[in-house]
Design a protein around this ligand. Structure first.
Ligand code: ADP
Length: 214
């Protein structure tokens, strides 16, 4: 089973693809953003520490996210394969992942980079609606739920994430360019990076990922 990662700016479609790949391959998705939001909802110590960074569109400090990731990866369902969505997001996080995988005798097999121009990212992010229960992601124009404002899967009322307003989205994209985009070279130089045009439509992106993994 694959051990892979999705890389790309906020709004590039990582979460949408993660959901599909999870179904296709039966592997767990480790999405640090979802794990952090769960901690915020449950008012844990980590949630309290992370909340203000996330609301402003900044990154949560590496040591907090790495600890969170380490404990998630230690769970039983990750033995034969996994998909990372939103981790690592900085070079120190990527180094920490390397060390952790080496200790486990595992290798990150492939990194998929979803490329989308900035103007389109902003439109995608500000139209995004999410289910607070199952984390399904919708878009008011391109991927509307069957009934407006209601999750197709569990009937919950959809919400707009706190960090999905235009100003915060701009900030998140700038931070991606500054702190996360160095990971493109990091993984390209190791020969594990596959670049995919993230504007070609969800299904075609999925086909490309599947073809690469076949
Ligand atoms: P998106 O990919 O659309 O930005 P995520 O749900 O992946 O959405 O992340 C939301 C926020 O959670 C980020 O803006 C950041 O504050 C925090 N976050 C998620 N993953 C990490 C990480 N690996 N390192 C630091 N902060 C993170």
């Amino acid at each position: 089973m694959p051990k892979i990662m999705l890389l790309g700016p906020p709004g590039s479609g990582k979460g949408t693809q993660a959901r599909v790949i999870k179904e296709d391959f039966g592997i767990p998705v480790i999405a640090t953003g979802d794990l952090l939001r769960k901690n915020i909802a449950e008012r844990t110590a980590l949630g309290r520490a992370a909340g203000s960074y996330m609301e402003a569109g900044g990154l949560v400090p590496d040591y907090l996210v790495v600890d969170l990731f380490v404990s998630r990866l230690a769970e039983d369902d990750t033995k034969s394969g996994w998909l990372l969505d939103g981790f690592p997001r900085t070079v120190p996080q990527a180094d920490a992942l390397d060390k952790l995988l080496e200790e486990r005798g595992e290798k990150l097999e492939r990194v998929f980079l979803l490329e989308v121009p900035k103007g389109l990212l902003i439109r995608r992010i500000t139209g995004r609606r999410v289910c607070p229960v199952c984390n399904s992601v919708y878009h008011i124009d391109s991927m509307p739920p069957k009934e407006p404002g209601i999750c197709d899967f569990d009937g919950a009322a959809l919400i707009t994430r706190d960090d999905d307003d235009e100003e915060t989205a701009e900030n998140r994209i700038d931070i991606y360019n500054e702190l996360t985009s160095p990971l493109v070279d990091y993984y390209e130089s190791r020969g594990v990076l596959t670049k995919i045009d993230g504007t070609i439509g969800t299904e075609r992106v999925e086909q490309k990922i599947r073809a690469t993994l076949a």
